[in-house]
Design a protein around this ligand. Structure first.
Ligand SMILES: [Zn+2]
Ligand SMILES: [Zn+2]
Length: 355
């Protein structure tokens, strides 16, 4: 068996120190197309980024099978392909999930909830399944959407687009469906000034909305302000009413704060609350009288990924996305990258998967 790459393998949490056990482990990378099954694509990763969900896993706050190759945000160059229309040498991004395309959820635009869902960066590593982005290579399954990257979009900038940006593109799709003509010129408030929040700002700003943002961290709000967003300090939501509320902070209770400020016909979309302790209390009456809509959104569907690539490419010169990201850190120095992610100096720590 030839060894031709390496992966950062997460072995679990050290019980005494509560620190993650990480090993740089050599992996076997398929060398010829015959080693791939029908529909599989091998990608040599160029760039990846550390999502907060991975930080939580590495802190022991979220449980994942071990050993595993974490990481689901990334892009790279196709090195072997057994999928029609996907050619070796093409630089691509890919959906963070693989789905069957046939089940009820897949056929109704909810591929991220496929009955046979497989999510990259979330499965036990058995030796062949190169399933995560903290690796020199990733092996994409047949039901994964693969989207070519435009030539002038850098791999560093493109790394987080298949998670954070695509998810916010899905939120924009839902908001536009609910609000229709009401989007343009109306107010939006975003709870959470992280990567999702900033992407949310940019997307809704481009739709002609006045976007406000709130966060418990003044530092993060300052970043949002530099980006062009209107920050609201503390729990002050201002005198204005909002047509769109986006929750990307993981605190369900923000619904209670937002509802009195919601316009008639307004929409609240919850995206960040992915832990069980996110209860909120509202009255049905408040929803009824305001003709309000509350929606939940987890991840995104495949069409959103294509839209995200196009959006980032078209707006990369207008917004300074690179300021939100660290300089690329070699994958071999994953521990340094992780401590930088824990510092929260940048909204995304970028890895150089070629070093
Ligand atoms: Zn992510
Ligand atoms: Zn399915």
């Amino acid at each position: 068996m030839s060894v031709s790459g390496f992966a950062v393998i997460f072995q679990g949490i050290e019980p005494n120190t509560s620190k993650p056990i990480i090993t740089n482990t050599e992996i076997h990378v398929p060398q010829v197309t015959d080693e791939l099954s029908e529909g599989e694509v091998l990608v040599r990763l160029v760039s990846s980024s550390i999502c907060n969900s991975d930080v939580h896993t590495l802190q022991g706050r979220r449980k994942e099978p071990t050993p595993s190759i974490l990481g689901h945000e990334g892009c790279g160059i196709v090195s072997l392909s057994r999928k029609n229309g996907v050619e070796p040498g093409t630089r691509v991004t890919f959906s963070i999930m693989d789905s069957c395309g046939n089940c009820r959820n897949c056929s109704t635009g909810l591929e991220q909830k496929c009955d046979h869902l497989y999510k990259y960066g979330h499965s036990e590593f058995s030796g062949r399944n190169l399933s995560g982005c903290y690796s020199t290579h990733i092996l994409l399954k047949p039901g994964t959407l693969i989207v070519p990257l435009p030539e002038n979009l850098s791999s560093e900038l493109a790394a987080p687009l298949n998670c954070a940006l695509a998810t916010m593109v899905a939120a924009r799709r839902i908001a536009k469906k609910i609000l229709g003509e009401r989007v343009k010129g109306s107010n939006c408030i975003i709870f959470g000034a992280g990567m999702l929040g900033i992407f949310g700002f940019v997307l809704m700003n481009e739709e002609g909305m006045n976007v406000f943002m709130t966060d418990v961290s003044q530092e993060r709000l300052n970043v949002a302000k530099e980006f062009g967003c209107t920050p609201l300090s503390g729990s002050e939501l201002g005198n204005q009413k909002y047509d769109l509320v986006l929750e990307v902070c993981g605190v369900g209770k923000v619904v209670e704060a937002a509802l009195p400020h919601l316009n008639v016909g307004g929409s609240i979309i919850l995206l960040g609350s992915v832990t069980p302790n996110t209860e909120f209390t509202i009255t049905a009456e408040a929803l009824v009288r305001k003709c309000a809509t509350i929606s939940g959104l987890h991840n995104y569907t495949k069409i959103d990924l294509e839209d995200a690539v196009q959006f980032l490419n078209e707006h990369q010169s207008k917004y300074k996305f690179a300021n939100l990201m660290s300089q690329p850190i070699p994958l071999t120095q994953f521990y340094s990258a992780l401590s930088l992610a824990l510092d929260q100096t940048y909204l995304r720590v970028i890895l150089d998967n070629t070093k």
